[in-house]
Design a protein around this ligand. Structure first.
Ligand code: URP
Ligand code: ZN
Ligand code: ZN
Length: 463
């Protein structure tokens, strides 16, 4: 099947230029002015931009948590992602206590089987790092999983100590993997949380108060220091605050191999949102928590000056009426996480590009190209270039969307950005040459999304 995009404007991290783009089968075959149709299906891209399909490298679909699971699975999450212009994502396979990494990976492959409508890969979250598990890290690249994650928070569940973090960093680096770290000081959070509960401070607003920015800044600095000693590349997930940003900026200035992501929600919400009337604040409970407007400004500076390389979502939805409500009398029981997978590109485009904070080129770099470069997908994904997968978003910069649970495709009963009208949305989306979204119509098929067997981390490709 051949498709010719006529009269579009191609956007890459480096340039924006008018061109026709020809797709042959699953790949981009040519990008040039005035390409002949020669029997290809013609798509008129007039007035729109051609962007590489979005890549979300931080998601939690169908994630088990204390007897429930995050509300989107590999079908509903994929449909929602596609409507938002995301054609690939990387989810976290989480090692159950006592399980081998291979078992965990098999469990997550099973979750996606028969459901996937966009392409997907896995990172491996190491939760029970026995010596045998540390030895198993060497096998992950051959299974297409060249990245591991460890958490410095969630004590008693996922948190690892410094010795383990150091061991994982060293072992991962030895075998060409990138280590991702959730940076919050879980030990001190545990103390503050216990004290809050004992004092009867049980509402959602105490969630951010028990996880202050200092504890993210401290943990980020510690992870970076351990990575330096281990001579390991490190990627800081969901960075939220200036204190953590300064750690990343300093390390990068010293030439250390450190990269960091933030998520769109951290530009929009503050700790005050956790104090909305009634129990509404529970909708905003995620970790690390929302910070201050000053931190938001620092994050914008971070995406502008290159300290932040990626904007992913940490999509981890829980229904308000049936799941968030578990913590009505105790904020520590509110399942952590927020729904964002569908809205990532639109809200970032509106607050970033339309508001004049970042260029459209930087938008593409943050949401598609850098994720591909860091996570072993480039140049197959994240690029509009001859030979790349034809994952294409026909982006209408003027199309307005009012974000709402009534109209979104995420399988969750609230929208974080409810009522917000944003400019910029996909008019059409193609995955490996096949159209999966046409305006408001979904054309994809469950089971057609493919597992992304990713390449090892390559520092020379990293931003
Ligand atoms: O609150 C969040 N972010 N939940 C998902 C798990 C994590 O920490 O990334
Ligand atoms: Zn996390
Ligand atoms: Zn996460």
């Amino acid at each position: 099947m051949r498709t010719l995009f006529k009269h579009g404007t191609v956007v890459t991290p480096d340039k924006t230029f008018p061109a026709d783009l020809l797709v042959d089968g699953e790949r981009i075959a040519a990008i040039a002015p005035d390409l002949p149709a020669d029997g290809a299906t013609v798509v008129d891209g007039g007035g729109t931009y051609l962007l590489p399909g979005g890549i979300d490298v931080h998601t939690h679909l169908d994630m088990p948590l204390n007897g429930i699971a995050s509300a989107d699975d590999f079908h509903s999450g994929h449909v929602a992602a596609a409507f938002g212009g995301t054609t690939s994502h990387i989810d976290f396979a989480i090692q159950p206590k006592g399980a081998a990494l291979r078992e965990a990976l098999d469990l997550w492959h099973e979750r996606a089987r028969g459901k996937a409508c966009i392409d997907y890969g896995f990172h491996m979250t190491i939760a029970d790092p026995t010596p045998a598990v540390l030895r198993e890290i060497a096998r992950l690249p051959e299974w297409g999983v060249p990245s591991v994650k460890v958490l410095m928070a969630y004590k008693g569940r996922l948190q690892v100590d410094d010795a383990t973090l150091f061991a994982v960093l060293r072992e991962a680096a030895r075998h060409g993997l990138l280590t991702m770290v959730h940076c919050e000081n879980g030990d001190v959070i545990e103390i503050l949380t216990r004290e809050a509960v004992a004092a009867g401070n049980l509402g959602p607003k105490f969630h951010p108060l028990t996880r202050p920015a200092e504890l993210e800044g401290e943990a980020t600095g510690r992870a970076i220091a351990l990575a330096a000693v281990a001579a390991a590349p490190v990627y800081i997930v969901h960075l939220t605050c200036d204190l953590a940003l300064q750690q990343v900026r300093g390390a990068r200035a010293r030439g250390q191999h450190v990269w960091a992501e933030t998520c769109p929600q951290y530009f929009f919400f503050t700790a005050d949102d956790l104090d909305r009337p009634g129990f509404e604040g529970a909708k905003f409970v995620c970790s690390p928590p929302f910070r201050t407007t000053r931190d938001q400004e620092a994050l914008w500076e971070g995406v502008r000056d290159g300290t932040l390389s990626v904007v992913s979502t940490d999509h981890c939805p829980f229904n308000f009426a049936t799941e968030k409500v578990r913590g009505r009398d105790d904020f520590t029981k509110i399942p952590n996480g927020v729904p964002v997978i569908e809205d990532r590109l639109s809200v970032l485009h509106d607050a970033g590009v339309v508001a004049g904070r970042i260029s459209l080129n930087r938008f593409v770099e943050l949401t598609a190209t850098n994720p591909a470069r860091l996570f072993g997908l480039y140049p197959r994904k994240g690029a509009l270039a001859v030979g790349a997968d034809a994952d294409i978003v026909l982006w209408d910069p003027k199309r307005e969307r009012t974000l709402s649970a009534r109209t979104h495709h995420m399988r969750v009963d609230y929208n974080l950005f409810e009522g917000m009208t944003v400019r910029g949305a996909p008019a059409g989306v193609w995955l490996r040459g096949r159209q999966i979204v046409d305006g408001d119509r979904f054309l994809g098929q469950p089971g057609t999304g493919q597992f992304l067997h990713r390449d090892r981390f390559a520092v020379e490709l990293a931003p």
